[in-house]
Structures are given as C-alpha cells and as structure tokens.
Design a binder for this molecule. Structure first.
Ligand SMILES: [Zn+2]
Length: 291
C-alpha cells in the first residue's frame, strides 16, 4: 500500500494508482497481483459529481478498496455506485469494501464471476491470493446503459476487447472514456486471441465516439495524472492486434522485439515504451501461436 497514489486527473476524475515502481512487490512468490497488475501499474478510477461517486473497479485487494472508500468519505461523498470493467481478478478483488453499494457489471462479467466463484475464493483459480468472499454484482446490463451521476450524464458501453465482458464508461459531453483493459499502454494483454476480429470491430466503434481523454486501467501514471490519452491509443491497440495476427504466418515479424514492432505508435506518442511489456508481448505471442 505504500505506493498507492491519488492522481487528480481532471475535474471530478480521480485515479488510485499502484505499482510500476522498481523492485516493489505486493507479496512474495508468484501471484496475480504482482504479475498482471502491480508490476505494470494499475489504476481504479472514480468519477464524482455532487457528492456522488462512480467507482470504476475495486482494485487489487480489499485493503486498496478500503483506502478508496475512506478517501471518498473524506471528500464528502454520500452515495457510491461501483461499475466493474470486467471480471479479471485485479479489477474485482476489493469489492467487499463496497458492501451495501450497487455493484454493476455486464451480464457476462457476472456470469464469469459466478462460474469461477469457488476457485476464486479458495485461490485455485489463477493462484493466490484468494478473494474471499467474492462479491457478485447486484445489477447487470447488456449492450448499453444510461447512468446519471449528479450533473454528469454517462453511458456504460459493453465491448469485446481484451475480454468478452468489458464495460466502458463514456461521457459524451466531456469526451471522456474510461477504458478498463480494452486499451493498455504499452500494449494490450491478450487472453482471447480467438476474438481478435471482434476486438478490432469494437475498437472501431470506440474510435467513432471520438473520445478526447482516454483512461486505461494499466497505463503510464504520468500521462494518466495529466488528463489521460488521446485517440491514438485506440489506433495503437488496433495496429498491435493486426501485427500479432500477421505474426501467425510471419516468422521474421515474430522475432522482432516489441519496441521495433510498435515503433510507429511510439514515435507518434500514442503509447510509451515500458520495458516489462516485452514479457507481456512474449506471452501474447505464445497465446496467438497456441503454445
Ligand atoms: Zn487488468
């Protein structure tokens, strides 16, 4: 917890960011908190308006989530709603700290969590630490859902990018998009390469919204802190996915290091190079090639 920092990204947009700190580990041994989240950096977001808050993901532990809830109380927040970006453990682990609040997700997120509840609670699914009790969503949606947060008019948008159950938050008036893991800086983490075509279609759908300020849950804290990413982040994801698809048949492309593969987007400043993503890329390649 000593590296959890509060970033005031924009008016009424707060990131609770942990990780991306050299030599810092959350716990000893292999575990999903360090390996998928803290080593790369992870944020949960809060949108606030008129003493109401939308908490977008409950972070990597109940401790983290309690910290967020206490900070919201200090800010005078009297009503909290939680939206889960998707069902992966680093996004839902702290939900217990929001007991009594409405917990919203896509229907698929709820189904995935329910199906794996026993394994998540005993730590056999993706290994330690266990999340016990795993709190399930209290309300679900499919497609889109309108949501009013004080003076803010929001839309929750379901998408199949990174995982088949993603929920994004879109505020058209402000051009603000909370992206969950549908976009990531340096590159997306591939778990479901069989859905690449759908990922690309849904990225196009997000591009058409014309977002001006994009906030991914895994990204560079220095960029998140000053207002997030531009639309180029969407383009960078699409190009990287297409490159991975070409890697299936192109051995020379497979041999290139990540920073060469994404040289264009790096040069454009759409994404930034963070060396630990070389390992993410190596894993992505293994998944794409099916080994
Ligand atoms: Zn994640």
């Amino acid at each position: 917890m000593k590296h959890l920092r509060i970033l005031e990204c924009a008016p009424g947009v707060i990131a609770y960011y942990d990780g991306r700190v050299p030599d810092y580990r959350f716990m000893p041994g292999p575990n999903w908190v360090d390996d998928g989240a803290i080593s790369l950096g992870i944020a949960s977001y809060v949108l606030e308006s008129e003493n109401k808050a939308l908490v977008y993901d409950t972070h990597v532990s109940v401790e983290h989530a309690k910290f967020i809830r206490a900070d919201l109380a200090r800010r005078g927040i009297t009503e909290i709603t939680v939206l889960l970006s998707h069902w992966h453990l680093d996004h839902v682990a702290g939900t217990e700290a929001f007991a009594g609040c409405e917990i919203i997700s896509t229907r698929k997120t709820s189904q995935h969590l329910s199906a794996h509840k026993a394994g998540i609670e005993d730590g056999s699914f993706h290994g330690p630490p266990a999340i016990k009790p795993l709190i399930l969503p209290t309300r679900t949606f499919e497609g889109e859902m309108e949501f009013t947060l004080g003076r803010r008019k929001l839309k929750f948008i379901e998408a199949n990018i990174h995982s088949d159950d993603a929920a994004l938050v879109w505020c058209a008036e402000e051009g603000l998009l909370l992206a969950g893991d549908t976009m990531e800086d340096t590159v997306t983490y591939v778990g479901e390469p069989e859905h690449f075509e759908t990922h690309l279609r849904d990225l196009d759908r997000l591009w058409a919204l014309n977002p001006q300020f994009i906030f991914p849950n895994h990204g560079d804290p220095e960029i998140i802190a000053v207002g997030g990413y531009g639309k180029g982040l969407i383009k960078a994801q699409g190009q990287y996915i297409r490159t991975l698809m070409r890697c299936r048949t192109d051995a020379a492309l497979r041999a290139k290091p990540l920073h060469e593969l994404i040289a264009g987007p790096l040069e454009m400043g759409w994404v930034n190079y963070f060396a630990p993503y070389e390992e993410v890329h190596a894993q992505n390649l293994r998944r794409v090639l099916g080994n």
